[in-house]
Design a protein around this ligand. Structure first.
Ligand code: TXA
Ligand code: MG
Length: 317
């Protein structure tokens, strides 16, 4: 079995695997990542192949701190402001590649920008320090599937393809990082997350755009494809579930009728719902005895925007 619990020996071993070009799955505060040395073309190629991910879709590069980020990207004042408030944490910056940057071109899909993130999870941080490398890490699921928020989910996705899955327990954020493009004249929110548009606007003191505002440009390739797809059909905003459906509910007032109910947050807390979203979808999907997963309406404000974003992608198969 390749799932190992975290201690100083397993972290050292994982760092050694990364340094020799191998892959390691590890926990972050958002979801589990499938990590490889971001400066090693072969390691990066192995990530794409393990996930079955199209090579036009760039990977996020994880670093320990701002100084390390500055070795690879052209840092700027917006990044500085956001990092002061939100890093380490669930926020990814898209910034111009620094000339001479050692990050594999494959990791950034040949583009002139790099997605960079300083994770907060202690295991991710220890691994970065021990390996002393920038770690390219997409979510540790097969391409197009629901992101893993537990070591066991990674095993369900990738099995023994990865030599080691570091088990750091459940991920407390539960949905992937907010992705913000700081590389151009206009700041664009590419992927909503637990750090919301409002928080970013407040921090920067300006209005920012979302992908809906900037039409015509393929800004973030990975965001356009259908994603997060369970094998069962997903129906959104359902107030009357059918008797053969599993019902993903939210809040205290759950309509009756479904064969099975899984409540993301009985107290209607969006943060709690985000943390349970992917494990909830996975749990219902694994049972395979329902005709569909019906989802109760979830408020489309704050963190609810990120939750609904992931649910809409799950619906589109
Ligand atoms: O929370 C997270 O971000 C997790 C953990 C493991 O850190 N990682 C993650 O990676 O979600 P991934 O590969 O599943 O999603 C990365 C997203 C993709 O939609 C990709 O297209 C976008 O970030 N992205 C990465 N680099 C980019 C770049 N240079 N320009 C535009 N979009 C980029
Ligand atoms: Mg992903």
């Amino acid at each position: 079995m390749n799932i190992l619990s975290v201690n100083s020996a397993t972290i050292k071993k994982a760092a050694g695997i990364l340094q020799s070009g191998g892959l390691v799955a590890f926990p972050t505060e958002t979801v589990y990542g499938l990590g490889g040395d971001a400066t090693n073309d072969l390691a990066v190629a192995a990530i794409f192949s393990a996930k079955g991910r199209p090579q036009f879709n760039p990977l996020i590069v994880h670093v320990s701190n701002i100084a390390m980020a500055q070795q690879f990207v052209i840092w700027n004042g917006w990044a500085e402001k956001l990092a002061a408030q939100f890093c380490p944490g669930p926020l990814t910056f898209i910034l111009p590649r620094l000339p001479g940057s050692k990050i594999s071109l494959l990791a950034s899909a040949g583009g002139d920008t790099i997605g960079i993130r300083i994770p907060a999870h202690p295991v991710a941080r220890q691994l970065l320090v021990e390996a002393n490398l920038p770690i390219a890490a997409p979510s540790a699921n097969r391409s197009g599937r629901v992101s893993p928020t537990a070591a066991q989910h990674v095993y369900e996705e990738l099995g023994d393809v990865v030599p080691m899955i570091l088990d750091g327990g459940g991920c407390n954020v539960g949905i992937e990082s907010t992705v913000i493009d700081l590389s151009g004249d206009e700041i664009i929110l590419l992927r909503p997350g637990i750090i919301t548009r409002e928080q970013i606007e407040e921090c920067l003191g300006i209005k920012i755009s979302t992908l809906d505002d900037v039409s015509g440009v393929l800004k973030s390739p990975g965001l356009l494809a259908s994603h997060y797809a369970p094998s069962l059909p997903v129906r959104l905003n359902v107030v009357k579930p059918n008797s053969d459906e599993a019902y993903l509910a939210f809040g205290p007032d759950v309509p009756a009728g479904a064969k099975k109910v899984l409540n993301l947050s009985p107290v209607a807390n969006l943060k709690e719902a985000a943390a349970r979203l992917f494990s909830g979808l996975r749990e219902l999907d694994n049972m395979q005895e329902y005709s569909a997963i019906a989802v109760m309406p979830i408020p489309d404000t704050g963190i609810g925007i990120a939750i609904n974003d992931r649910l809409r992608r799950a619906e589109k198969r």
